[in-house]
Design a protein around this ligand. Sequence first.
Ligand code: ADP
Ligand code: ZN
Ligand code: ZN
Length: 736
Amino acid sequence: MKYAQIVVFRKLGAFDSELTYKTIQSCQIGSFVEVPFMNHFLKGVVVGLTDTLSPELSDEKIKPVHQVLAIPPLGGQSVQLARFIAAYYQTSVTRAFRLFLPAALWKGKLAPPVRMLYRIKEDSPDLRGEKQKQTFEAVRQSQPADPENLKLMDGFSAASLKTLLKKGVIEETAESLYPFFDPKAFDFKSFSKTLTADQEEVLQKIREADRPVLLHGITSSGKTEIYLREIIRTVQAGKQAILLVPEIALTPQTVCYFKDFLNDRIAVFHSKLSDGERLKEWWKVKTGYAPLVIGSRSAVFAPVSNLGLVILDEEHEWTYKQESTPYYQTQRVAEEMGKLWGATLIFGSATPSAESYYKAETGGYVYLTLKERIHQEELPAIHLVDLRDEFKKRNFSVFSLMLQQKIKERLENKEQVILFVNQRGLASAVVCRDCGYTELCPHCDIALKLHRNSKVSHVSCLVARELTRPETRDTLVCHYCNYSKAPELVCPECRSPYIKHVGVGTQRVEEEVKRLFPQARVVRADRDTTQGKAGFDPIYHDFRDGCYDILIGTQMIAKGLDFSNVSLIGIVLADIGLHRPDFRSSERLFQVLTQVAGRCGRRGKRGEVVLQTYNPDHPTLKKAASHDYTDFIEEELKQRKSLGYPPFNRMVKFTVTGQDETKLSARIQQEQEVLEDIFKLNKLDVKIVSAPALLPKMANRYYYHVLLRAENPTIVFDHWKPPKGWRIDVDPVHTT
Ligand code: ADP
Ligand code: ZN
Ligand code: ZN
């Protein structure tokens, strides 16, 4: 091939297309190269080879590649995957490629990590002086000697070492810091657990599957043990495995579990690594030192060469979607990897996403289930507490009388309690305290969001004396269709004046615990207390080790963590989740409740969950309380179908921003009209809506969303180019 398309490593900007150079010998797809650019050299990677030039280029003007760097090329599959991401998520190959390379590498740090080793070359050389003799002796005794050890040896001198190297008495060789993993030479430990019959069966079916597997197993049903078996099998076959977990909080305990079997032959990726650390982990994979990769979503781009297995644990989690360009969805990327490498794919969850469940139902995935908990423990009993009754009893605490009583019992029995505070979409819905009535959009069936224009922007609590009437300037807005109305001053259902937005924060809950149970040891895990580099880790360990009686936390405590002494979970206000202005709010709430409930009553104790709500009759809450996933999801899919939401249609979301709200909305209106004409002209069945974003104003900029909904909405890109500055999110997870 004559020409190479090259992604050049430099700051991403407006101009980020690939560049064309003439190939030189040994230039292949995935090669790391150095190319002339303006009057200096830049590094890059070859992403395409052709014999023909695109018409706007002329052969004389094309410069040759300067040199191919002595680094093993990236696999052709990785390059194809980057191309897929660029095409599917409407971004450039360069931006897609950026996902595959750590920042430090992008900045030019391309040398593979090595360590120097020293050996004696001449047995009885002519040495001068005591220092040289001692240094020679030090190397002789520990050869091949590495500098770290040498430094510790008596009489060793770095200067003499240099002299001896120059004389040719000692030789120096560079050796990879990360030697290749050889499964034949590795001492694999035998498994300590005997699989249950159910686990055996699932494992067998995974091995027979010709499609991705959706493993639907309730919490504590032994999914992780299945992952372990399949990972070890993959590694033993000389292939690589990637295990993805939704959040950094989960990484330490998962890594511990697998370290037991693979020691340090594991590369770990998560968002809190420094650039240097990330580069090291990248090399562990690139060199073949670590056959197992564990991490949050970015780990899916580890530089594997012979991929055999990809597992997404808790596959329904929203953190698998990247919320910046390119807005990729890890599931979608993994599916493509499965095809490119012929790798096995396992999507595991106790509450599979509606999309995955639907795919399994329609034959895209093999559907496997684990219905029993390993130790046959019962799932926790979930008590729905009607907060409207508490309100009538004039109990204005954030805790119902039942929850207070149960916390008291647990503290007496020295058992632990988790209080869960759902904070997403805090204080956005308007709910009647007396009857639970919620204001919904008449067109979209989605909770309307309160937009406050008054100065009182802090989050209210449940205390009645703080209840005030909504300000007349406040408006309720639908974030799908921009419908808006003034909030009701009295409830249309029951005429109660206590119709107000709801919300409780973690700090407020902590204060209340301290007031009611001053003797309890309390710790709070939320964004404020887990910001440091260690994240949730220290709190997790302290709580597990019994340093605290009560853990108050947000979403981050809802996932795969295993606390054996927790026998009570309080869900302070379930309604918050119910009223996110998004068509996925019910699904999300069901998932969170199931996950939270799964955190208690492990190992012999039946747990209890107290779920507080103003809507005890809501079908989602009822089904969560009776642990009925299938019932819930079938109903949910029926609704989605009738309203045309995913998975029955797909969406594309554009985010548009501007400093002048009037101009911004006019511009969007104009573009919307252009699009509607295009749809009409080309007979495209696409729905389009625009509305202010959920957080319509940040840092003095206004944010709007334009949503396309159709069976295949990306078809519009064949007819239309989004205006500059419109950010494109294909298959958005957050639609408002
Ligand atoms: P999940 O990932 O489905 O929540 P885990 O794999 O963590 O479930 O299993 C729950 C608990 O049961 C863990 O403590 C695990 O070590 C244990 N376990 C799993 N499989 C077995 C088995 N076959 N025999 C005994 N204990 C098991
Ligand atoms: Zn009411
Ligand atoms: Zn609407």
